[in-house]
Ligand binder design. Sequence first.
Ligand code: HEM
Length: 194
Amino acid sequence: MFTGGTDTSAMTIEWAMSEMMKNPNVMEKAQKEVRETFKGKKTIVEADLEDLVYLKLIIKETLRLHPPLPLLLPRECIEQCQIDGYDIPLKTKVIVNAFACAVDPEYWDDAESFKPERFDKSSVDFMGTNFEFVPFGAGRRMCPGITFGLISIEFALAQMLYYFNWQLPSGLSPKDVDMTENDELLQQKKFLCR
Ligand code: HEM
């Protein structure tokens, strides 16, 4: 519960900030939205987050390209079945590659690019019914912490964008931001500072 509830959200914040540094037009649009929404406010409260439409699209797109648990949690078959002509025996361990689904060009245009706008006016959501996009899993064992996780991420990002201006260290350009992932169960950014 504690690991599942902290690392996942922290990693999503890191990826979202990195994507914004890599895509300055996205950062500019997000910062404009946050600053217009909270104009004149000294502190931000949870209820204010509702109006941050573009920031929510950024978080969705971040979870599509950087799902913290790309292989979800393993399942075990409780009855024998057939998938695509393959017999899956009872008690087989099944691993769903959620990341592969989220970048499958059959379902996504320009699948590897970071484009929050793709979710604007799209009905595709991460609530477990669109199987091409399941960063929180699906079914009976899907993540019970979605609401809390999303609010924590939005809250942190909104504050970082509202109070601070962000820029890369001198000499670095957006294309230099290193988006390498570690190769562990939790898909973390390998190098935090580059
Ligand atoms: C960005 C934030 C988060 C992401 C992407 C995420 C993702 C996931 C995924 C993919 C699973 C496995 C679901 C499956 O295999 O179908 C899961 C399970 C779980 N998550 Fe999250 N999670 C997040 C935040 C949280 C938070 C904030 C909490 C708690 C406060 C939490 C608690 C749990 C627990 C307890 C499970 C196990 C559920 C079970 O096996 O029945 N998660 N999460």
